[in-house]
Design a binder for this molecule. Structure first.
Ligand code: NAD
Ligand code: 44H
Length: 382
């Protein structure tokens, strides 16, 4: 069985590629990083190191790689033969990979009429739907029904903290012990080959919202407040009592939304929150705040980890969630110059104010009570 996986980065090697290899797939990574591609081709294996007191190592075998910029024909050939396609490139890269993916899928339909599943493993709601829409924008009207017949785009939620790597061996990846991969069954065509450790569900919405609005909400708030207070890592930020209590406050707010929407048991959700906080505090991992804070414009999105739960909280309870508001205000102060989105965001704020930025990136009207509260908090922190 062949799996073609786009993105041989942290989560690609540290999670998706390793689970697929352990499930018996030959994993063909696709990347544009020449060095990683070269090393994967040469070594055909790499190590995953579990970040806990035992530092157990897993050898991930039966892997190789292809460069999507310089080896297009080879990649198209792999797509025609693949039994599964996955991605972990980042939401902003999905449009870029859609072109070659569409080309490969078009060729495949002429020579291989077996169903194929495509799973975008990105931190976003409906990632595979988004990838599908980019792919469908590249194909003819006549191909669309064929694509619907043979290609199942499955939404999923992926959870494992994989920090930026600083290892002597450039292919090895240090990962936290915890992982969760939840895949929606809805668009499965026929059967899907087993994936060890993945969990298939009928309706992904509660799972992706629970993950994005807890793990990623808490993470984002720790990172933006951590950056504001000049902490370098998430662990340092979470050991700052004030930040930890701000994170907990925001997670109680997003948790109140989830418990109300999905009728969950409140105590169980509180223990989920506490487990997440312990994961952030893992002393065996060093996770830089600027990694977790990356792409602040994406993270300001109306349905993303901060504004998503904040607007839902306001709509459900008629009150402004002050923990989430503080996190959003701290995001608006994230001026890290090596992050293009942080630079663009600061420019937008200079030109159009906080209200302009929240209108442009979060679709919040200028007189929305959340905007007024975020601006107050931003001025207070500034
Ligand atoms: N790291 C984590 O803890 C984590 C956990 C869950 C989900 N995710 C999600 O996984 C995705 C990837 O995150 P990451 O942390 O692994 O990032 P990363 O930067 O480590 O990896 C991304 C990889 O994609 C490659 N890439 C960029 N453009 C490409 C292109 N056009 N074609 C092929 N490859 C390309 C990059 O070279 C890089 O190797 C994101 O959506 C992220 O939100 C990350
Ligand atoms: O990947 P992002 O930029 O959406 O978010 C940064 C982190 O919160 C994220 O990568 C987490 O480590 C991950 O989602 C844990 O499962």
């Amino acid at each position: 069985m062949l799996a073609v996986h786009f993105g041989a980065g942290n989560i690609g090697r540290g999670f998706i590629g390793s689970l697929l290899s352990q499930s018996g797939y030959e994993v063909m990574f696709v990347d544009i990083n020449d060095e990683v591609v070269r090393l994967l081709k040469e070594k055909q294996e790499y190590r995953v190191i579990i970040a806990d007191e035992n530092r157990q190592e897993q050898l991930i075998r039966n892997v190789s790689a292809v460069n999507s910029q310089t080896e297009r024909e080879k990649l198209i050939d792999y797509i025609t033969k693949a039994h599964l396609i996955t991605t972990a490139v980042g939401p902003h890269i999905l449009p870029a990979i859609a072109t070659i993916l569409a080309e490969g899928l078009q060729k495949r339909i002429t020579i291989n009429k077996t169903p194929l599943h495509i799973i975008a493993c990105e931190n976003m709601i409906g990632g595979s739907d988004v990838l599908k829409s980019h792919v469908f924008a590249k194909i003819s009207e006549t191909d669309k029904p064929l694509f619907e017949t043979y290609y199942g785009f499955l939404n999923c939620a992926v959870d494992r903290i994989v920090p930026n790597q600083k290892n002597d061996d450039p292919l090895s990846v240090v990962v936290e012990p915890f992982f969760e991969w939840v895949i929606e069954k809805q668009n499965i065509i026929g059967d899907i080959p087993p994936i060890q450790g993945a969990h298939f569900v009928d309706d992904l919405k509660p799972y992706i919202e629970r993950k994005l609005f807890t793990v990623n909400t808490g993470h984002a708030i720790a990172s933006y407040l951590g950056y504001y207070k000049k902490w370098k890592t998430i662990q340092e930020a979470m050991n700052d009592g004030e930040i930890r209590s701000d994170v907990e406050k925001a997670l109680h707010e997003s948790g109140a939304v989830l418990v109300k929407k999905y009728g969950w048991n409140e105590n169980e959700h509180q223990s989920y929150i506490q487990k997440i906080i312990q994961r952030f505090l893992n002393p065996s991992i060093s996770d830089e705040v600027v990694r977790v804070a990356r792409s602040p414009i994406r993270k300001l999105g109306a349905n993303d980890r901060l504004v998503g739960p904040a607007t839902q909280y306001y709509d459900l309870f008629g009150q402004v969630p002050l923990g989430l508001v503080k996190g959003i205000a701290a995001l608006l102060l994230f001026d890290y110059e090596n992050d293009d989105e942080a630079v663009a965001l600061q420019k937008t704020i200079q030109e159009t104010g906080v209200e302009g930025a929240l209108y442009q990136y979060s679709q919040l009207e200028k007189d929305h009570p959340l905007v007024i509260a975020i601006k107050d908090q931003w001025q207070h922190l500034k």
